[in-house]
Design a protein around this ligand. Structure first.
Ligand code: DQA
Length: 142
């Protein structure tokens, strides 16, 4: 079965984007590790990134369409604004695991609200890129 790993706005710039906050690994570096981990867990992964809210909605629907095992979602700043993503997560039966590299609760007040968290099965935040590996482990064990 397949786990979708969906990444939102500005995460294509990981590695150079505010490395003090988000680390120096690129999204490709993270994808490489996740592919190795997935092979060891005997699951497929589908890793994508978009700067566009609608693409993320479409991919959540697609995950339902293919009956994905889980979705790991780092929605970037859309986490804090997107009622559309909240509705999309509510609209599907596939469990969604929210991931953040940083810990939004230890940051600015405007990052404390998460529309994703209100609909997700759970959240992993503040562990940098390792958080994706923790989420994939969690997905495999659901
Ligand atoms: C983020 C946290 C968000 O607040 C921020 O807008 C991001 C990245 C993270 O992974 O820490 O773009 O989702």
């Amino acid at each position: 079965s397949t786990v979708y790993i969906l990444n939102g706005p500005n995460l294509n710039l990981l590695g150079t984007r505010e490395p003090d906050i988000y680390g120096s690994e690129t999204l490709d570096d993270i994808a490489g590790k996740l592919h190795d981990q997935a092979a060891a867990l005997d699951i497929e992964i589908e890793m994508r990134q978009s700067n566009h809210e609608g693409h993320l909605c479409d991919w959540l629907h697609e995950a339902q369409g293919v009956e994905a095992k889980a979705v790991i979602l780092n929605a970037g700043a859309l986490t804090h604004t997107s009622l559309a993503l909240y509705d999309a997560i509510r609209a599907i039966r596939v469990p969604v695991i929210e991931v953040h590299l940083s810990n939004p609760h230890a940051r600015e007040a405007y990052r404390h609200k998460s529309f994703v968290a209100m609909a997700a099965s759970g959240t992993i935040a503040g562990f940098g890129a390792v958080g994706y590996e923790m989420a994939l482990d969690a997905a495999a064990r659901l």
